[in-house]
Design a protein around this ligand. Structure first.
Ligand SMILES: [Zn+2]
Ligand SMILES: [Zn+2]
Length: 143
């Protein structure tokens, strides 16, 4: 059976159908993701854009990421949920906010970034851990 996952904003105006598995699931501890989500970290599932069907109206907010490149958040103008985002690091993909998916069968994060800004009580069990973005130093394994 073909994979099909659905996601939507809180009011339901923006709706996404993804018809493949995400190629990456990333947890990000940077302050900007903390502010965007109102949570101690953000988690995004990255899909090929061609595997996603997006319906509904979104507004965009572009911030400059720590790397100096634009990071474009797309959010629902009615309820304010950040539903997905676009970044030059994923030119053919988009990141969808983990929390907007229906169901609970998405894979766990395989990468953790910006751990230099991670809150001390957040435990991370991902395979790959980075102090900053993916071009910076890795977190030293304690094992
Ligand atoms: Zn909405
Ligand atoms: Zn971040």
């Amino acid at each position: 059976m073909a994979i099909e996952r659905t996601a939507h904003c809180d009011c339901g105006q923006v709706h996404i159908t993804a018809t493949a598995d995400p190629y990456a699931v990333v947890m990000c501890h940077c302050r900007a993701c903390q502010r965007r989500t109102g949570s101690p970290y953000g988690v995004g599932a990255y899909f090929q854009s061609s595997d996603c069907n997006i319906q509904g109206e979104t507004n965009s907010y572009i911030r400059t990421g720590a790397s100096g490149s634009d990071f474009e958040n797309r959010f629902c103008p009615k309820c304010g949920t950040t539903v997905y985002w676009l970044t030059p690091f994923h030119p053919d993909g988009l990141g969808i906010a983990f929390g907007v998916f229906d169901g609970d069968d998405l894979p766990a994060p395989d990468r953790s970034v910006w751990e230099s800004e991670r809150h001390h009580w957040i435990n991370v069990s991902t395979r790959e851990r980075w102090l900053e973005g993916r071009t910076g130093p890795k977190v030293k394994s304690t094992e």
